[in-house]
Design a protein around this ligand. Structure first.
Ligand SMILES: [Mn+2]
Length: 457
């Protein structure tokens, strides 16, 4: 975009000169020929002339619609603008500094404080992050074998953060192990490790002795039943319920994802974020913030925008829509057959399923049915009844309704638009309820509708 920068001297030019950004094609309009010569010597376009006379603007404007950034003394503003207006009555104007009273001249003002805040604060923050990264690298530089430990059922944010930390430490496969005491259960998360080729090992607590240092990402030592003592590093965004015991720690509860912290680390340290890592981190932020809709901050959005440009979106799509086993379609067919829409709630009881994530996946699907503000999908697996609930978001909080309907039978709760209940079949029967497929579906529907109606009053 061609634009005009009008300024008495070359101060603004020196500030902006090294941006190396080609989006703006700037013509500098200055007062003295010597300043013009200096700017031209550096390869930029410049004109010199009296700023409060129209002659220089006749040479400057091509279309008359080029935006103008004006940086002159307040006292001269009105005269300079009048000269510009004679040549380009409709050119958009940005005034750097306080605009003097300009007879309702429609200008955008840009206070200098905002310019410095926009430039200085990020630079200072980056310097702080760089120093943190240097401490982390120095600390781990002494270790031969490093363990990067995640929670027991690692989610995308944890897996991406672990990969990010490994890249930050610059370690090959053998020298840093990404591990969990548990297993990765959700199909999307398994797809993530497979498609992005991320090795996650399962370790047993005694194996910790084989490692010189332990880092934890997206979790904290207090979460584990095992006594871990003081670990070397904790990077997390969950609040510290028990004070974190670690030699180095960076816990930021205001962040939507640990992947955001790692993205800031990698960028501050000038580590090249390749496609695979960018895809992982982007998915980590997406998954933890429900596509930036829940708990995402400015930092998450900035990291997201940066990663979005570097990620492999085909890989991401394959991860987010995991393969359905063929047998799952029979379960789905059964569910569709017995579905029931009542009071804007779509009820589907699937009967026996092979893994619990299928229930959540179908709950998302059934919310798309016309007329459904809620979907309540249930199924039995491992001697438990799982009930997944979704809603469109502008109705009662899903967590409250689920708690009211099933809280006395088992674990029940959730967020505004998604919730879940898990009831042991033993407890279901003990409450005098039948575990036959049809009866079970009916009991779930009548309990849920009763709880929903009580809330509607
Ligand atoms: Mn997380």
């Amino acid at each position: 975009m061609r634009c005009l920068f009008v300024c008495a001297d070359d101060f603004l030019w020196r500030l902006a000169a090294d941006r190396g950004e080609a989006r703006l094609s700037t013509l500098w309009i200055v007062e003295r020929p010597r300043v013009r010569a200096r700017i031209r010597a550096h390869g930029a376009e410049a004109l010199a002339g009296r700023l409060d006379e129209e002659a220089v603007y006749r040479r400057a404007f091509r279309t008359g619609a080029e935006p103008v950034l004006l940086a002159v003394d307040r006292a001269r503003q009105a005269r300079v603008i009048a000269a510009i207006r004679k040549v380009a009555p409709a050119a958009p104007l940005v005034v750097l500094g306080e605009a003097a009273s300009l007879d309702a001249e429609p200008v955008v003002t840009l206070p200098p404080a905002r310019v410095t805040a926009g430039m200085l604060e990020p630079a200072l923050e980056r310097a702080l992050t760089r120093a943190k990264v240097a401490r982390v690298r120095e600390h781990f530089g002494r270790a031969d074998r490093v363990l990067i430990l995640m929670q027991d059922d690692p989610d995308p944010d944890a897996i991406a953060s672990a990969l990010g930390l490994k890249m930050l430490l610059g370690r090959s496969k053998s020298a840093a192990t990404i591990a969990t005491f548990g297993t990765i259960r959700r199909p999307e998360n398994r797809a993530m490790t497979r498609i992005l080729d991320i090795d996650v090992e399962q370790v047993k607590p005694p194996a910790l002795e084989e490692y010189d240092m332990i880092a934890m990402v997206d979790t904290q030592p207090a979460i584990f039943e095992e006594a871990l003592g003081e670990v070397d590093l904790v990077i997390d965004h969950h609040p510290e319920e028990t004070p974190v015991r670690a030699r180095l720690k960076d816990v930021r509860p205001s962040y939507g994802a640990t992947s955001t912290i790692l993205t800031e680390y990698l960028r501050a340290a000038d580590v090249k974020i390749r496609e695979r890592l960018a895809t992982a981190l982007l998915y980590g932020i997406k998954a933890d913030t429900l596509h930036l809709e829940r708990g995402a901050t400015k930092a998450d959005m900035e990291a997201f925008a940066f990663l979005h440009a570097h990620a492999n979106h085909n890989a991401l799509r394959r991860i987010e829509r995991p393969d359905l086993p063929d047998a799952a379609l029979d379960v789905l067919a059964r569910g569709i057959e017995g579905r029931r829409l009542a009071d804007g709630v779509m009820f589907v009881h699937l009967g026996a399923v092979t893994y619990p994530e299928l229930i959540a996946q179908f709950a998302d699907l059934f919310l798309q049915v016309e007329g459904a503000e809620w979907s309540v999908v249930s199924g039995c697996v491992n001697q438990e009844l799982h009930i997944s609930v979704r809603n469109v978001g502008y109705v009662r909080a899903a967590g409250d309704v689920v708690h009211e309907a099933f809280g006395n039978l088992g674990g029940a709760g959730g967020h505004r638009s998604m919730a879940k209940a898990v009831v042991k079949l033993r407890d279901w029967r003990a409450a005098g309820l039948s575990a036959g497929d049809r009866e079970m579906g009916e009991a779930i529907a009548s309990r849920f509708l009763a709880a929903l109606r009580r809330g509607r009053g």
